[in-house]
Design a binder for this molecule. Structure first.
Ligand code: ADP
Ligand code: MG
Length: 268
């Protein structure tokens, strides 16, 4: 973990209303959050509590109704190549191969490469997600998990300091999911990226985060520090007393705020 004191992302009194001619709905109502450089923050909460809205504002896709979002002390005015985004579902370009999709990321990152260097970099990112062999396949020729790995490789190819991920592994089967989580944990700690990762899965949050921001609708309910060093391996962690303590703490926060006594959707 390579965190420093200076915040790289800041939300101050952030509010967001979805409004049309007939109605107005407040999805975020006064969010304050600072994320330090190199920190991995998970935003955990039940469906509908505003997680995606928060991430879209950081990504510059939605504009705050009130309050503000700042990146490196500058107000967020729109999307930028300093923030790579991975959403749920596989938003790959279907007309490009796996390698073509990663090359697209590389072309956006503002660095000058020769054609050869760019090709080598694309293969390096595909290798990082274990997909070197599938470089020339098109998205429709890949499984869901493989497509999501290409999406991660493409986001890494942007070589941005900040990675914003919105339930990126929600649709991936459980075994592959653990693999991808461990991969993101490893890559983010190796490259010192700042990551904001949205999830409704308590286990995923404990595996990945330095800090877990638990949301209730429109608000931050609590913030929990996760003391384990990176990279983490779920099967090792989950046997420890500290893991169990965190799981219980988060389960209680989740129950309390949602009244969801079945723990449904929380991966409990
Ligand atoms: P989460 O990602 O935690 O599931 P969202 O940020 O997607 O939550 O949504 C927060 C709230 O805003 C939800 O109640 C949702 O129904 C509402 N919402 C999301 N998008 C829209 C929209 N385009 N118009 C109106 N309401 C919306
Ligand atoms: Mg969402």
């Amino acid at each position: 973990m390579t965190t420093s004191a200076a915040p790289i992302l800041e939300l101050k009194g952030l509010c967001y209303d979805y409004a049309d001619k007939k109605s107005r709905f407040t999805a975020l109502d006064g969010i304050d959050l600072s994320v330090r450089k190199g920190e991995f923050v998970c935003v955990l909460g039940p469906s509908g509590c505003g997680k995606s809205t928060l991430l879209r504002i950081l990504a510059g896709l939605n504009r705050a109704t009130a309050g503000e979002a700042r990146v490196r002390n500058q107000p967020v005015k729109g999307p930028g190549t300093d923030r790579a985004v991975v959403f749920q579902g596989y938003s790959l370009f279907p007309w490009l191969t796996a390698k073509g999709n990663v090359l697209f990321g590389l072309k956006q990152n503002g660095r000058r490469y020769t054609r050869r260097e760019r090709n080598e970099a694309a293969m390096r990112y595909l290798r990082a997600v274990g997909l070197e062999e599938a470089a020339d396949r098109y998205p429709k020729q890949l499984s869901g998990g493989m497509r999501q790995r290409v999406a991660v490789a493409r986001a890494l190819a942007l070589e941005s300091e900040i990675l914003l991920m919105d339930e990126p592994f929600g649709a991936v089967d459980p075994r592959l999911r653990t693999e991808l989580q461990e991969l993101v944990s490893k890559l983010s700690s190796e490259e010192g990226k700042t990551v904001v990762f949205v999830t409704h899965d308590i286990h995923e949050a404990i595996l990945l985060a330095d800090r877990i921001v638990v949301m209730e609708p429109g608000h931050i309910a609590s913030v929990v520090d996760v003391p384990f060093p990176h990279p983490r391996v779920l099967s090792d962690l989950s046997k420890t007393d500290e893991y169990e303590r965190l799981r219980l703490l988060l389960t209680l926060a989740y129950y309390e705020k949602t009244g969801n006594l079945t723990g449904e959707g929380a991966g409990i």
